[in-house]
Design a protein around this ligand. Structure first.
Ligand SMILES: [Zn+2]
Length: 55
């Protein structure tokens, strides 16, 4: 299960796959996946910073 949040209404929920629309406000395309603690640790320890460069 991954944790997701709707950036429109800030509703947080868990799902096994990325939902198309927010189950709360029913907006589409507003769902972002929240990072798990393990993923955050991976990002901090990663040497390659190319992918976080702002465009
Ligand atoms: Zn929402």
């Amino acid at each position: 299960m991954m944790q997701y949040q709707c950036y429109y209404c800030k509703y947080k929920f868990k799902s096994s796959k990325t939902p198309v629309k927010c189950p709360y406000c029913e907006k589409t395309g507003t769902i972002t996946r929240l990072k798990s603690a393990n993923e955050l640790v991976d990002e901090v320890s990663r040497e390659d910073r190319e992918d976080i460069r702002e465009v």
